[in-house]
Design a binder for this molecule. Sequence first.
Ligand code: ADP
Ligand code: MG
Length: 283
Amino acid sequence: MSAGRDPLAAAGAGPEGGAAAPAISIRGVRKVFASGGAEVVALDGIDLDVAPGELVCLLGPSGCGKSTLLNAVAGFAPPTAGTIVANGRPATAPGPDRAMVFQEYALFPWMTVERNVAFGLEMKGASRAEIRATVDRLLAMLHLRDFRARFPKDLSGGMRQRVAIARVLAIDPPMLLMDEPFGALDALTRRNLQDELLRIWAELGKTILFVTHGIEESIYLADRVVVMTYRPGTVKRIVPVTLPRPRDPASPEFNALKREVSALVMEEQALHEAAETSGAAGE
Ligand code: ADP
Ligand code: MG
């Protein structure tokens, strides 16, 4: 167990400290919500490190605390107990080093695609030339060049999510936090966006913490899949995925991993259902 380690010391370890400092270091994180007089322990005893440039998926059924953990890393809703250090600093408030991509496309409906992508740079006071160059590069990277003058309402869901990704990449954060970003898309569009994300990740070297309840999605994307338990959310098992990319979901190796991860998720689901049933019977 790593609960005794000092997260600040760990994050501050430079090259002389051996391994590179983690991009995200989560120690002993617990989150309790007050809900109508009762308390809901959403997270408990979470310890997790994410290495710089790593793509880690948080996987678990709906309600297991994935968004709660991601929001804590983002600094939107700090934990009740425990510490989170991101990019060397305590993640007690949101910062431009941690960009969030949600399932609902966080775009300004009154701005064109181009203006949406430029927005963060305008806020930063970047020069017109820099904004122009960055927006052009990102629109090309995400295959949005022909749509630059459109408004979000005139785009498909997949296109809107491309704009949302371009928008956060514009401010060039070292880290992307993604909360079921492709969950609302049809299967084909989702695979497409997964491939785009992997291409961008390989090209730009971002650290990505990606929340999903999709078993196949997690194995397709991640360096490591963090399987969570159901309420309180804890780390049930970390499954490394070493298959070379692009990964073939039809391959025997992929399917073996899928069976392994499915068994873990189903075990969790069964425990949860049994607890609910016995709880109801005891009333
Ligand atoms: P997931 O993203 O895995 O679906 P969440 O992190 O959204 O799960 O929720 C985890 C648990 O915490 C759930 O039981 C949910 O009802 C509860 N929860 C989340 N946010 C709040 C809140 N603001 N107030 C009370 N309970 C909450
Ligand atoms: Mg969620």
